[in-house]
Design a protein. Structure first.
Length: 290
C-alpha cells in the first residue's frame, strides 16, 4: 500500500474511474463535426437527415450518418473528406452499462442499405456521370441487360430519376454554398458561348483560393441567354445567382468578362450597382491583338 504508483498507471486509473450519478457521462460537443450540417438530433437515440428526412439510430458515433450521406446522397470523394472528423473527439467516456446498451443496439440494419437502393443510386450515377438521357431506363436493350443481371429489380420511371437528380443537385448546391462562403474573396467569370446548334448560353463561374491555398473553379450556373439582353441586365443576373448560394455581393472581388466590348459596356453598370470592378479576360485580349 505504501508503494508509489507510476504517473502512467495513475492517469490510466483516473480515466477508467467513472463516478456515479448524472455526471457519469462526459459529453463532448458533437457539433464540431461537419456531418451535423446535414442532420437534426431527435432525442438521445435518433437523428433525422435534413435532406431526405430519414431517421437513423444514433449511438454516439457519426459513422452511420456519414455512410448514409455517401450511399443515399453521393456526398463522397472531396466532399466526404471535408466531412470526416477525428473519431476520438466523437466518442464519449461512458459507463459500462451504456457501452453494453450501445453494443446491443448496433445491428447490421443500421449500416447496410438494401440492395435495391444501392442499385437505384448506381443507375442514377451512371446517368448523370455519362450524360445519358433519363429515358434510357425505358429502352428495350437496357431493360434486357438489366433483367438478366438483376431479374428481381424493377427499373425506375424517368420521373422518379428526375426527382432523385433534383434532390442530389440541391445537396451539392448547398454544400458548394458553404464552401464558397468560407472564401475571403470571389472572382466571378462571365462567359458567353454557342452550342453546335447555334444556341447562345451564359456560364457563370466562381474562382477562389480556399483555406488550404488551393485554387478552385466552381461553375455556379449555365443558362440559355441572348447576349444583347443578358448584357443589359448582367448585374441583376449575377446578383440573383450569387443569392441562390447565399453569397453576399461584397464577397465579389471583381468580374472577369470574355470580351473587351462586353467589359466596356458592363463595367460602369457593375460598378454603379454593386461596386464590382470589371476586367477583360487576358487570354481573349491577347487573342484579339494577334
Amino acid at each position: 500500500g505504501m508503494a508509489a504508483s507510476s504517473p502512467t498507471s495513475s492517469a490510466r486509473r483516473r480515466r477508467e474511474r467513472v463516478p456515479d450519478g448524472p455526471s457519469s457521462v462526459l459529453h463532448v460537443n458533437r457539433r464540431k463535426s461537419k456531418v451535423w450540417n446535414y442532420y437534426t438530433k431527435l432525442g438521445d437515440a435518433y437523428v433525422e437527415c435534413n435532406v431526405c428526412k430519414k431517421q437513423l439510430s444514433f449511438h454516439n458515433s457519426t459513422t452511420t450518418m456519414r455512410e448514409h450521406l455517401v450511399r443515399k446522397h453521393s456526398i463522397r470523394d472531396t466532399l466526404l473528406s471535408q466531412l470526416k472528423d477525428d473519431t476520438a473527439s466523437e466518442s464519449d467516456y461512458t459507463a459500462p452499462e451504456t457501452a453494453l446498451k450501445r453494443s446491443r443496439q448496433m445491428t447490421p440494419e443500421n449500416y447496410l442499405e438494401p440492395r435495391s437502393d444501392v442499385i437505384l443510386e448506381l443507375v442514377l450515377e451512371m446517368i448523370f456521370r455519362d450524360l445519358h438521357p433519363l429515358s434510357m431506363v425505358e429502352e428495350k436493350g437496357f431493360g434486357l441487360l438489366f433483367g438478366y443481371l438483376e431479374p428481381g429489380f424493377s427499373l425506375p420511371a424517368p420521373k422518379q430519376l428526375s426527382d432523385m437528380l433534383q434532390l442530389r443537385y440541391n445537396v451539392v448546391k448547398q454544400h458548394l454554398g458553404h464552401y464558397l462562403q468560407m472564401a475571403q474573396a470571389i472572382t466571378v467569370s462571365v462567359e458567353f458561348w454557342e452550342s453546335r446548334l447555334g444556341q447562345t448560353n451564359l456560364t457563370v463561374t466562381a474562382n477562389v483560393i480556399d483555406g488550404k491555398w488551393q485554387r478552385a473553379r466552381c461553375i455556379l450556373e449555365t443558362q440559355q441567354a441572348h447576349r444583347d439582353e443578358a448584357e443589359t441586365s448582367l448585374a441583376e443576373k449575377l446578383y440573383t445567382i450569387l443569392s441562390e448560394f447565399s453569397l453576399s455581393s461584397k464577397s465579389v472581388f471583381c468580374v472577369v468578362q470574355d470580351s473587351p466590348w462586353s467589359t466596356a459596356a458592363n463595367g460602369q453598370q457593375l460598378g454603379d450597382a454593386y461596386g464590382w470592378r470589371s476586367l477583360c479576360c487576358a487570354a481573349h485580349s491577347l487573342h484579339c491583338c494577334v
